[in-house]
Design a protein around this ligand. Structure first.
Ligand code: HSE
Length: 344
């Protein structure tokens, strides 16, 4: 029986718990995966811990009704994240607190403490993987625990599990694509006639945009994902500092530019790239004017896409969701299944 600890219970955490509720029977039947939720902790929504298990549906309903978990019955309330990690007898900790790309805290401390405590860890939080991948993966190895982070890039669309499994024998030379749902959504809606502000507001309402949308529109979120790819796939040690790396967002693109491009049979896309040049790993985020015949130019809305240029299969492109409640929650679910499979 897996015992789950959820740290961070915003959009992604709730999306994940919804899937856990919906798929309980499916996961048991298909993977022999059985689980209970032992703790939920969120800096705004409160916390509850019961090592015998919490009613998952009741927790979801409670929070959706706007009630604070500090008043949830059947458990110990009011513990902070570190106390929750300390007191919970969890097997897997799921970290989905807000992304802080400058310091990656408090998420990095949550992950370290959970690994130290002997839990496997799943995170969708970009900060810790963009900034401290090497340290965290080494810690996990030392502790003989698993750290998975599929949801940090392209939400639940498989990137890391694809590279680790289906493309394990391919030498990756370049990775390039659309890595930010909000900006791709804004560019799409602007082409349909909406203003930048209207499009951004919808992206925020749909839960794609970061808490501070600057992170999306200035390219920082895409840069964080590019750095994650650089560090995890290319073994680099780059930090997503937009002042030191080439990073241009979409704020300078006007509606007129978009229409003019369309007339010329072209389309703007915010492209993130990581590649090797003379033995060095390079990263870049910037708008590119693509021909409509380019496969990336037909990727619309909040959808993301990534091409892996490699020696064995030339180019493999994946297209899929890169943001969203269920879509990112699914990344956690898939990581969870893979951790469970690994136990056998
Ligand atoms: N704000 C991000 C995006 C969320 O729009 O892609 C997923 O990382």
């Amino acid at each position: 029986m897996e015992k789950l600890v959820l740290i961070g219970f915003g959009t992604v955490g709730q999306g994940f718990l919804e899937l856990l509720v919906q798929k309980k029977k499916f996961l048991k039947e298909n993977f022999g995966l059985d689980y209970k939720l032992v703790a939920v902790c969120d800096s705004l929504k409160g916390s509850v811990l019961n090592n015998n298990g919490l009613d998952m549906e009741k927790v979801l309903k409670w929070v959706k009704a706007g009630k604070n978990l500090n008043n949830f019955p059947d458990g110990k309330n009011g513990l902070n994240a570190l106390e929750t990690i300390e007191k919970a007898n969890g097997t897997v900790m799921f970290e989905a607190t807000y992304t802080d790309i400058k310091k990656a805290e408090p998420a990095t401390t949550h992950i370290k403490n959970a690994l130290d405590k002997g839990m496997d860890v799943v995170t969708t939080n970009k900060g810790p993987i963009a900034l401290y991948y090497k340290e965290l993966s080494e810690l996990a190895k030392r502790k003989k625990k698993i750290l998975r982070f599929e949801g940090t890039v392209m939400a639940g669309t498989p990137v890391f599990s694809l590279l680790q499994n289906g493309m394990a024998g391919c030498e990756i030379k370049e990775i390039k694509g659309i890595l930010n749902g909000t900006t791709n959504f804004i560019l799409t809606k602007m082409e349909e006639g909406l203003s930048y502000e209207e499009a951004l507001k919808i992206a925020q309402d749909l839960g794609y945009a970061e808490a501070v949308p600057d992170a999306d529109v200035l390219g920082w979120d895409a840069l964080a994902k590019v750095c994650i790819l650089a560090n995890v796939v290319f073994g680099a040690r780059v930090k997503p500092d937009p002042k030191k790396l080439e990073c241009i967002g979409i704020t300078e693109i006007k509606k007129e530019d978009i229409f003019k491009a369309k007339e010329e049979g072209k389309r703007y896309k915010l492209i993130g790239k990581v590649w090797k040049e003379k033995g060095k790993v390079k990263v870049k985020v910037s708008p590119e004017l693509l021909e409509l015949s380019d496969p990336l130019s037909s990727v619309m809305g909040s959808t993301n896409a990534l091409s892996f240029i490699n020696d064995a299969l030339n180019s493999v492109t994946i297209v899929g969701p890169g943001a969203g409640r269920k879509e990112t929650g699914y990344a956690m679910l898939n990581d969870f299944i893979l951790i469970h499979k690994n136990r056998r």
